[in-house]
Design a protein around this ligand. Structure first.
Ligand SMILES: [Mn+2]
Length: 434
C-alpha cells in the first residue's frame, strides 16, 4: 500500500440527494439502462498518463504536483506509481484503464533497456490485474515526447525513426495482447508538419499508410482480437496533423485500404480543436461505419488549445451518447477519461473527485440519451422528415438517370413544396431530457 490515497474508501452509489463529495449520485454500475448494466454501456477507463505521469506542467511553468512516485526516471518509483494507480482503480471501481509505454516505465539508455523496463512493469501489471476486475481498454505508444520523435514517427523524414517507431509499436501491441487489451490505439502526436517548406506531404502520407498496414498485418500475425483505433486530432503539438478529424481519417483509411480494419477513437477536445462538436465527430464516424471508442474530456471554448478538462456538460455528453446508442453502443470500445486535473488541484482527493464527477456526468448523459431513444421523438421526426423517400417512385429515382428525372420534372409532375425543419421544436424536445 502507498500512503497516497490513505483513508479514501471505495466510492459507493448514494443517489442524487447525497451531499457526500466522494459518492456517486448518478453512476450506479448495476442499474439497467435499455436492457444493459450501466457499467457495460459506459465501459469507463482511466488514463494512466494524465492521472499518474503528468506532473502539472504547462507551457509557462513546471511541476506543481508532488507525488510519492517522483522522480519518474527509475524502476522503483515506476512500481510505486503502479501501486498508486491500482489503488485508485480499487477506489473508483471503473472496469478499465489505458496507458502509453512511456507513462508506465522509465526510458532506458537504449531501445533494449527501455523494453526491459517496460516488460518488467507489464509483468507487475499482470500480477495486479490477476486479483482485480480492472482490465485494459487499450494500450498505445508515446511517439511524441522524446526528442527522437520531434519530426514525427511513421512520417519522419529519417527512415531510422520509422524503424524505431515500428519496433516500438510492435512491443506495445505485444504488451496490450499480453494484458488482454480490447483495443490498440494509434495517435499521431507529431504525424503532421510544422511547415510545408520542409515537408513532402505525399511521401509522408504514403509512409503513414504503409505503417498502419504493418500494424494491421502484425495484429493478424499475432492473433490479436482487439480493434485497431486511430485518434483524430487537427493540430497541437504539430501545426497540422494528418489525422485531422473523423472525415479526414476515413478518407485516409480508404486510400490505404484500411477502412474495414481500423476504427476511430474520438475525443471531445480534439473535436473542438477541429472546429466541430463531439456530437458531429461521433455522428460522422457512425455514418461511415468506423465508430470505435471515445476519449471523454472537455476543452475550454475560449483558450484555443487542448485543455483536457473533466467533462461537466450534461447536454453535450447526452447527445454524444445518443449517437453512440443509436449506433448500437460500444463493442470493444469504451469511455476513456483522457482528462487531467487543473494544475492547482494538488491533492489525492482532487484526483478522485474529478473522476467521480466525470463518471456521474456520463451516467446522466447516458440516461438522458437512453430516455430519448426509448421515447423515440427524434427518430420519429427523422422518419417524418425523410418520409418522401419511402415511396417506390423516390427509390426508383435513385436507380434512374438525369434524362429520365428531367422528363418528369419538366412535364410538371414534380414541384417541391418546402417544409419546416422544426429545429427549435427539436431543441426544446432534447431539453426535456437533459
Ligand atoms: Mn485522447
Amino acid at each position: 500500500m502507498t500512503e497516497f490515497f490513505n483513508g479514501i474508501a471505495p466510492i459507493a452509489y448514494e443517489g442524487p440527494d447525497s451531499p457526500n463529495p466522494l459518492a456517486f449520485r448518478h453512476y450506479n454500475p448495476d442499474e439497467i439502462v435499455m436492457g444493459k448494466r450501466m457499467e457495460d454501456h459506459l465501459r469507463f477507463a482511466i488514463a494512466y498518463w494524465h492521472s499518474f505521469a503528468w506532473e502539472g506542467n504547462d507551457p509557462f511553468g513546471g511541476q506543481t504536483f508532488v507525488r510519492p512516485w517522483h522522480p519518474q526516471d527509475r524502476m522503483a518509483t515506476a512500481r510505486t506509481k503502479a501501486d498508486a494507480a491500482f489503488e485508485m482503480f480499487d477506489i473508483l471501481g471503473q472496469p478499465y484503464f489505458c496507458w502509453h509505454d512511456a507513462d508506465i516505465r522509465p526510458e532506458g539508455d537504449s531501445f533494449a533497456e527501455s523494453l526491459k523496463n517496460f516488460e518488467e512493469i507489464i509483468a507487475y501489471f499482470e500480477e495486479k490485474m490477476s486479483i482485480r476486475k480492472v482490465k485494459l481498454l487499450w494500450g498505445t505508444a508515446n511517439m511524441f515526447s522524446h526528442r527522437r520523435w520531434m519530426s514525427g514517427a511513421s512520417t519522419n523524414p529519417d527512415p531510422d525513426v520509422f524503424a524505431y517507431s515500428a519496433a516500438t509499436v510492435k512491443t506495445c501491441m505485444d504488451a496490450t495482447m499480453k494484458l488482454g487489451g480490447e483495443n490498440y490505439v494509434l495517435w499521431g502526436g507529431r504525424e503532421g508538419y510544422e511547415t510545408l517548406l520542409n515537408t513532402d506531404m505525399g511521401r509522408e502520407l504514403d509512409h503513414m499508410g504503409r505503417f498502419l498496414n504493418m500494424v494491421v498485418d502484425y495484429k493478424h500475425k499475432i492473433g490479436f482480437k482487439g480493434t485497431i483505433l486511430v485518434e483524430p486530432k487537427p493540430q497541437e503539438p504539430s501545426k497540422h496533423q494528418y489525422d485531422h478529424d473523423a472525415a479526414t481519417c476515413y478518407g485516409f483509411l480508404q486510400k490505404y485500404g484500411l477502412e474495414s480494419e481500423v476504427k476511430l477513437n474520438l475525443e471531445q477536445g480534439h473535436a473542438i480543436l477541429a472546429g466541430h462538436s463531439f456530437e458531429h465527430e461521433i455522428a460522422t464516424a457512425a455514418a461511415l461505419g468506423v465508430l470505435g471508442s471515445i476519449d471523454m474530456n472537455r476543452n475550454d471554448y475560449q483558450s484555443g488549445w487542448d485543455t483536457d478538462q473533466f467533462p461537466n456538460n450534461v447536454p453535450e455528453v447526452a447527445l454524444a451518447y445518443y449517437h453512440i446508442l443509436k449506433d448500437g453502443g460500444f463493442t470493444t470500445g469504451g469511455t476513456n477519461f483522457d482528462a487531467k486535473l487543473r494544475r492547482q488541484s494538488l491533492d489525492a482527493e482532487d484526483l478522485i473527485a474529478a473522476h467521480v464527477g466525470g463518471m456521474d456526468i456520463c451516467a446522466r448523459g447516458l440516461k438522458a440519451a437512453a430516455a430519448m431513444i426509448e421515447d423515440g421523438g427524434l427518430e420519429d421526426a427523422l422518419k417524418e422528415r425523410y418520409a418522401g423517400w419511402d415511396s417506390p417512385e423516390a427509390q426508383a429515382m435513385l436507380n434512374s438517370d438525369f434524362d429520365t428525372i428531367f422528363e418528369k420534372v419538366n412535364s410538371g409532375a414534380i414541384n417541391p413544396a418546402p417544409k419546416s425543419g422544426r429545429q427549435e421544436m427539436l431543441e426544446n424536445y432534447v431539453n426535456r431530457f437533459v
